[in-house]
Design a protein around this ligand. Structure first.
Ligand SMILES: [Zn+2]
Length: 123
């Protein structure tokens, strides 16, 4: 695998998700992040999103993106419940701040989609 645009039919779901939900990069503030998508498999599989402008990487769990992680009956839902997270909230992790080292303090943080977009507005 590797980061690439997923504009084709297969795998277009995460591409649509990130393009529609995060229109502005929360790290460098570009209005055209041209997100590239990758996947990371683990206990909870995740989609990784790479900003074309600053190379920051943010990620969301695949069930959150596809909409199956919002009940306690799923592994992710259960994990959320255990850690006191809101079931209906999509959480985005800031895996790498890329070239915007001023935002380094945000690295490794997990924020809700709303908070992430608020961050983008502040840049
Ligand atoms: Zn960026």
């Amino acid at each position: 695998m590797g980061f690439k645009r997923r504009d084709g039919f297969i795998g277009c779901l995460p591409q649509k998700f990130i393009d529609n939900k995060v229109e502005k990069c929360p790290m460098c503030g570009t209005n055209d992040p041209h997100w590239k998508v990758d996947e990371k498999m683990g206990w909870i599989n995740r989609y990784l999103f790479l900003c074309d402008k600053c190379n920051c990487i943010i990620s969301a769990s695949i069930p959150d993106v596809t909409g199956f992680g919002r009940t306690p009956l799923t592994t992710l839902g259960f994990a959320k419940m255990l850690s006191g997270k809101k079931m209906n909230t999509i959480y985005i992790k800031i895996d790498n701040v890329g070239s915007m080292q001023v935002t380094k303090l945000n690295e490794g943080k997990e924020v809700s989609l709303e908070e992430l977009n608020d961050m983008a507005q502040l840049i």
